[in-house]
Design a binder for this molecule. Structure first.
Ligand code: URA
Length: 213
């Protein structure tokens, strides 16, 4: 069953709707709407990012596409066999995800890349729909603390019970494994908080977990 996606003119978050309207006027050729998830629903892996980047996913309409963060994310997915084809920063580049789906905790671009708590909470209904619509889901990879907490809340777990730790694999009762990684953002890579090899290690763990399934 296809999960419910936010409508193009979703009004759940007035601040994000206003931001979106301003960008629709300024950049009519951009997507400027909630960004739908990408990848097959029968995948074992769901990757949850933060929110679309202004000139990335908000422009192109595909998660992480055209974003700095997408360069490392899609290169790594290709390396680990979770994607096939070529990533070329455009939604029509022919890239296909394999056993993997990508979504965001918040579907609309937030000012300064920072959604507020009420927006994360309002958008959780769509994350909930994604999780419920993935019958073979084995691992959810949270990119950063916002995704980590939102996934836990969606699955009915206490956030205080599972500390965000880069590289951790949290075993959740009755549910998928929650893997944590620092977000593959330009800021985290430039500051060295995340390196390509740290990111690759997370995918080694995920690949091994899925193989054991
Ligand atoms: N682009 C996305 O789609 N999500 C992020 O978290 C960052 C960039």
């Amino acid at each position: 069953m296809t999960p419910k996606q936010p409508p193009r003119d979703c009004g759940l978050c007035p601040r994000l709707a206003g931001f979106r309207e301003r960008h629709r006027a300024a950049e009519p050729g951009w997507h400027n709407a909630p960004v739908p998830s990408f990848g097959p629903l029968d995948a074992h892996l769901l990757i949850v990012g933060l929110a679309p980047g202004l000139r990335g996913a908000n422009r192109t309409g595909r998660p992480f596409t055209g974003d700095y963060a997408g360069d490392l994310l899609y290169a790594t997915l290709l390396e680990f066999g979770f994607a096939a084809g070529r990533y070329d920063r455009r939604p029509d580049d022919g890239l296909a995800l394999v056993d993997c789906r990508v979504t965001n905790a918040v579907r609309c671009v937030p000012p300064e890349n920072r959604p507020v708590g009420a927006e994360i909470n309002a958008c959780r209904r769509f994350l909930d729909g994604e999780l419920a619509a993935m019958p073979r889901l084995a691992v959810v990879l949270a990119l950063g603390t916002v995704a980590h907490a939102s996934v836990l809340r969606t699955l009915g777990h206490r956030v205080s019970g599972f500390k965000f730790v880069h590289g951790a694999m949290h075993v959740l009762e009755g549910g998928p494994i929650l893997a944590d990684s620092y977000h593959c953002s330009r800021y985290n890579l430039n500051t060295g908080r995340l390196t390509e090899s740290m990111f690759r290690s997370v995918f080694e763990g995920i690949r091994a977990t899925i193989e054991r399934e």
